[in-house]
Design a protein around this ligand. Structure first.
Ligand code: C2E
Ligand code: CA
Ligand code: CA
Ligand code: CA
Length: 279
């Protein structure tokens, strides 16, 4: 038994080392990708539930690595954060948004506001906040063009960095949505502290609403509390008409999900908004 135990530890160590090497290679590739501007943004429409109209969009970062293929943001965003280039990536994303918007404007459409996901890790360096605000100004990304989303978890863990940038953005008129609401440490007092204008109800609650009375009650409670604070609610991951109907009956304000539109490349999003504006 002792021999097998040793064997197992050796195999475990090998696997561990392989994993670390893999991470290091991916991190290097990501550093290169930023230099070569390989990251792009996909845009997913967000609709007003009552009118059914497209009201704004969320920008979701994409990385299609020539060597590694498409890597999901859930994998490479944390990698950028631990490797210390979350700030670079965040600024890079602003540049992308600016270029895509310029293309849309040139095509003659009025682009809807786009919500960008922020990582609190983008703002830990002294001077990072100033650099970010400066970039917004240089690129002309004003509050009618851009909004921000920050996960509840990030806002909680990096309290100082998050508070500082959120306060500045709010003062300048940018709308803030608290992302993944209900999955983290949220308490109601916290909602009050953050002073967001929207909260995004996590997909896990929306998905369970059909089958689970508890999930439906939870969504209703979140919507009611938010409204009591003057905060609007966005349901994430809406995939069926039935979910949309329930959300409408609960008074949820906005919906986002595959039912209404998948995240799409900038050119496809241009087609979508052109069609909307022609109607
Ligand atoms: P998130 O901000 O909660 O984004 C919503 C995720 O749900 C996106 O995954 C989106 O593609 C997916 N989604 C939307 N509708 C549906 C649906 O109906 N069904 C299902 N199953 N999924 C749906 P994605 O694009 O893989 O992004 C994952 C996470 O990565 C995001 O979660 C966000 O936390 C992070 N992320 C994405 N883009 C950025 C970025 O530019 N910066 C930062 N810091 N983080 C980002
Ligand atoms: Ca988000
Ligand atoms: Ca979310
Ligand atoms: Ca989510």
């Amino acid at each position: 038994a002792r021999v097998t135990g040793h064997g197992r530890i050796a195999r475990y160590k090998q696997a561990q080392e392989r994993l670390l090497r893999e991470r290091a290679r991916l991190t290097d590739a990501l550093r290169q990708a930023l230099k070569r501007s390989e990251l792009s943004l996909y845009y997913q429409p967000i609709h007003d539930i009552r009118t059914g109209h497209l009201r704004y969009a969320e920008a979701l970062v994409r990385w299609n690595s020539p060597e590694h293929g498409p890597i999901p943001p859930d994998t490479f965003v944390p990698l950028a954060e631990t490797a210390g280039f979350a700030e670079d990536m965040g600024l890079h994303i602003l540049g992308r948004l600016h270029r895509d918007r310029s293309d849309w404007l040139e095509a003659g459409v009025v682009p809807p506001p786009v919500a960008v996901n922020l990582s609190a890790m983008q703002f830990v360096r002294e001077g990072a906040k100033a650099a970010f605000l400066d970039r917004l100004e240089t690129l002309g990304l004003t509050p009618d063009a851009m909004q921000v989303e920050l996960t509840e978890r990030a806002a909680f863990e990096e309290v100082d960095a998050a508070d500082s940038i959120l306060n500045s953005l709010r003062e300048q008129g940018y709308e803030l949505a608290l992302d993944d609401f209900g999955t983290g440490y949220s308490s109601l007092s916290y909602l009050h502290r953050i002073r967001c204008s929207k909260i995004k109800i996590d997909r896990s609650f929306v998905r369970d609403m059909d089958r689970n009375e508890g999930a439906r009650k939870l969504v209703k409670a979140i919507v009611d509390v938010a409204h009591a604070f003057g905060i609007r609610t966005v349901a994430e991951g809406v995939e069926t008409e039935r979910e949309l109907d329930v959300l409408r009956s609960l008074g949820c304000d906005f919906a986002q999900g595959y039912l209404l539109g998948r995240p799409m490349a900038a050119a496809a999003f241009l087609q979508l908004i052109s069609a909307e504006q022609a109607r």
